[in-house]
Design a binder for this molecule. Structure first.
Ligand code: NI
Length: 166
């Protein structure tokens, strides 16, 4: 496995609509492994393929502290959403910044696993937030485009009113 370089905001790669992943081959397996390793090393909770320069509809998410909850999402589609949650969000492609973003509280998605099998997944809370954030990346959308407000440096370090709603 190897880590890959994370593309930063300002790079056009992050603004493209990614193409469907059609091949479920060794190259995809290696991409998924590298993406997970890159995410864990950067202490992120999600990473989308365009963030490592690959314009395909592929993302990884793991919101657990012990790296036990890895989800590999290929060609994910939102099937249902319920409620809203408002809270802080950051992005490995937007270092040093955070914003407050409103997302669905619960979601149900359909996606393919690394073998190309169709799967469904329900997620809520922070995991739902992370999945929505990564799915946005596949359409060239960053959280800074949809945030309610940007946090100040003091707020990034400290408490914000929106934290109480979590
Ligand atoms: Ni991101």
């Amino acid at each position: 496995m190897a880590t890959r370089k994370i593309v930063k905001v300002g790079d056009d790669t992050l603004r493209k609509i990614c193409r469907k992943q059609e091949k479920f081959d060794l190259r995809l397996t290696l991409l998924l492994k590298d993406m997970a390793e890159t995410m864990y090393k950067a202490e992120g909770v999600g990473l989308a393929a365009p963030q490592v320069g690959i314009l395909r509809r592929v993302a990884v998410v793991d919101v657990t502290e012990d790296h036990s909850g890895l989800k590999e999402l290929i060609n994910p589609e939102l099937l249902e959403e319920e409620g809203t949650q408002t809270g802080r969000e950051g992005c490995l492609s937007v270092p040093g910044r955070q914003g407050v973003v409103t997302r669905p509280k619960k979601i149900r998605i359909r996606y393919q696993n690394r073998k190309g099998e169709s799967m469904e997944l329900e997620a809520e809370g922070f995991e739902a937030r992370a999945i929505c954030h990564e799915m946005d990346h596949l359409d060239g959308r960053l959280y800074i485009d949809v945030m309610d407000r940007e946090l100040s440096e003091e707020e990034i370090e400290g408490h914000i009113p929106e934290d109480d709603e979590q």
